[in-house]
Structure formats: structure tokens, C-alpha cells
Design a protein around this ligand. Sequence first.
Ligand SMILES: Cc1ncc(COP(=O)(O)O)c(C=O)c1O
Ligand SMILES: N[C@@H](CCOP(=O)(O)O)C(=O)O
Length: 403
Amino acid sequence: MYKLKCITCGSIYDPEPNMYTCPKCGERYGTLEVIFNYDLINVKKSDFDKHGDISQFSKILPIAEYKVKQVVGNTPTYEFKNYYGIKKVFFKYDGTNPTGSYKDRASAIAISKAYEYGYDTIYCASTGNAASSLAGLSAPTDLKTYIFVPKNIPIAKLAQLHVFGANIILIDGNYDQAFDISTKVGKKLNWYSRNSAINPYLLEGKKTGAMELVVQLDFNVPDIVFVSAGDGTVISSIYKGFYDFYNLNLIQKIPKIIGIQAEGADAIAKTFSYGKPYTPVDIIPNTIADSISVGKPRDVIKACKYVEKSGGTFLTVNDEEIKTAIFELAKNTGIFAEPAGAAAYAGFKKAISMNLLKKEDTVAIFITGNGLKDIKAVQDNIKINPIPPVFEKIIEYINEVRK
Ligand SMILES: Cc1ncc(COP(=O)(O)O)c(C=O)c1O
Ligand SMILES: N[C@@H](CCOP(=O)(O)O)C(=O)O
């Protein structure tokens, strides 16, 4: 029903357990796309449920059997009308996933695939979300996990790994270094890879975010979608979700996809801006948005090609804009996002300031992670002194606050 196709040379391969990237083009240029024979997939709109989890998309996923206990997906989409003068703005909030981020969508597929191929151990490199997601969804299974994370991982994400019982390999280095060493070790020890950027099946799990949004919007497709980008897998997956639905005649268009990167981690935005043929521009990352603090994005080629096909672009936002976005998003919508999630919202505001949106547009913003996972960016703003439990003191304080 599906094959694997190299994003650069277009070679087509039959799926095999150890086939991650195109042997001819290598890891960076040779990431693989899962291509389906759409004629063999029999789905109609009424097969899908607005409140279903990602297993409802199994017929369009490259797995033999869905193998996860927790409820992944079925995350809320909130509608705001005339928001910043834009007709309809939808917030797709993935912080309600079992471990609090979009990454659960990919880990669910990694686990299903590891069982299908008969592995007993899965590894990943992660800034923290892929990690906690793999650890959490594997916890009720008999799979062992080895998780490579950089030493600056936010403490809440480390705590998740710890309580879920993962084998944690804390790397004295950054995410890019953790990624390289994890691949080396994983290959040598024949562990299954849950590194989305090289395992094509994981992007397929992530594409369910776009599909779910479409189902929740009664198959109406937004004009423009905002999503943050680090390695570039999530943004590619969102394109793929719309693309599959389009080819299955479930929707009539694919929205423009706008990728948002932090100014201090703008490797994909730079690569995109230099144009074709896309040649990765690597950098040393530096941003408060730890989840998208990536200097050597592994899925950069796919991200650039897909965003171009969608008619979209990449924008960057600085750390101050991301911080402001966390507070504004929380106050306006009730969504507390981690910095990488709020970056997409900061990008939406930037697009407005650049007159990139029309007032009749419908817009969807993917908020990919829960704010409680990384509170560093907001905790410095908390300046509250304790007050004695004395009536007069409390009234005095309330009067002060009311001023
Ligand atoms: C919360 C959050 N948002 C966005 C991203 C960006 O995804 P990608 O690295 O696939 O571009 C990540 C992970 O990387 C993430 O954890
Ligand atoms: N920042 C990401 C990087 C890896 O995630 P993946 O799902 O793209 O493999 C994270 O650690 O969450």
C-alpha cells in the first residue's frame, strides 16, 4: 500500500525495518517520504470522528496495527472570530496530549512500528518533548527506551523521563550533538529509531494533527496555517496531512503553511530564503524556545520543499516576541504554551504586522506544547511577596491591585 521515496533523487524503495534514509543521498538530503497508492485507500468523510484519537487515521498510516494505550490526539481546536481583524482564527492546542506535546503523535507510530518490526528497544535524541513522549507512551509497554537529551533540557521534561522510567543519557552538549551520537549508538546496538527527522514513519504520525484539524472544521480548510519549526518535521508533517487528504478527495485545497523559527535558531528560514536548490545552512542555536533550538535541522530539505509547494514561507521571531506571545496567548485564549508553541502565535502577529494576512482569511495556529513543560521564560516575571493572613493587610493589597 505504501513505498518510500527520496526527497532529493526521487528513488523509490520498498519498506524495510532498517531503511531510514536514501542510501544514495545520505541522511541530510536523503530523507524519505511515505507515498501511498491512494486508489487502494477507501475512506470517506463520514469515517472520521471529531472526537476520535489518531487511531481513526489508521487506514492512512503506514502501520500494521496501532499499539498505544493512551489517548493520543483528539486535541481541542478553539475558534476566535475577528481576532486581530482576521475573520476566523483557530487555535489547535496539542498541549493536551498525554505527555503534553505534539510529539505524542509521532511516538505512537514509533511504538507501533517497533512492535511490527520485532524490536525490543527504542531510542531517540530530543530537546525534551520527543523524549518525554517516547518515555510516557512506552511506559505501559514492554519496550525499553534509551533517550539522549542535552544537559540544558528543561527540568519538567527531565522529570517526565524520570518518572516514566526511561534510561536517560544526559549529553554534555547540545541537541545537535545528542542527535549525532544517538544515531551512532542506535545503529550499532540495533535499536529502533524514534528520531522523526530520519524515520519517515514518524512524520506520518505527526500528519494526523492536520487531518484532525480538518475533521474538526467539517472538512473546511483554513487559508493559512502557522507552525513553529526546529528540525522541520512537524511543519513537513502538516503539509503531508493536508496533501494526503487532498489526494483522497476529502479536501479541495492545501493551505499556505508559514513556518516560524526563533531568530537565534533560524537555520531552515535561512536555507529557504537562499532559494533552490535548497542547501542546508547550519548555525549554532541560541533561543529561549528550547524545543526549536536546533542548529542542524535534519528535515530541512523536506520542510523547504513542502512549504514552497504550499505557497507559504518562513518567518522569524525573537525571544522577546516569544515571551510576549506566551502571556498574550494565555490571557486571550486560555492556552498556556511552552515557548516553541507560543512562537507560532508570535509568528502570526508578525505576519499581521507585515500585512501578510487579509481580513477575510481563515487562519489556524498550531500550539504544539504545554506551558508547564518549560516555565523558565515566564518565571522571572513572577514578582509576588507573601502577605500575612490579616484582613486589613489583604484589603490594603486588593486596593493596591485595583489602582
Ligand atoms: C513544542 C514543539 N513545537 C515545535 C517543535 C518543532 O518540531 P520540529 O523539530 O519537527 O520542527 C517541537 C519539536 O521539535 C516541539 O517540541
Ligand atoms: N525538539 C524535538 C526534536 C526531536 O523531535 P522529533 O519528534 O522531531 O524526533 C523534541 O525533542 O521534541
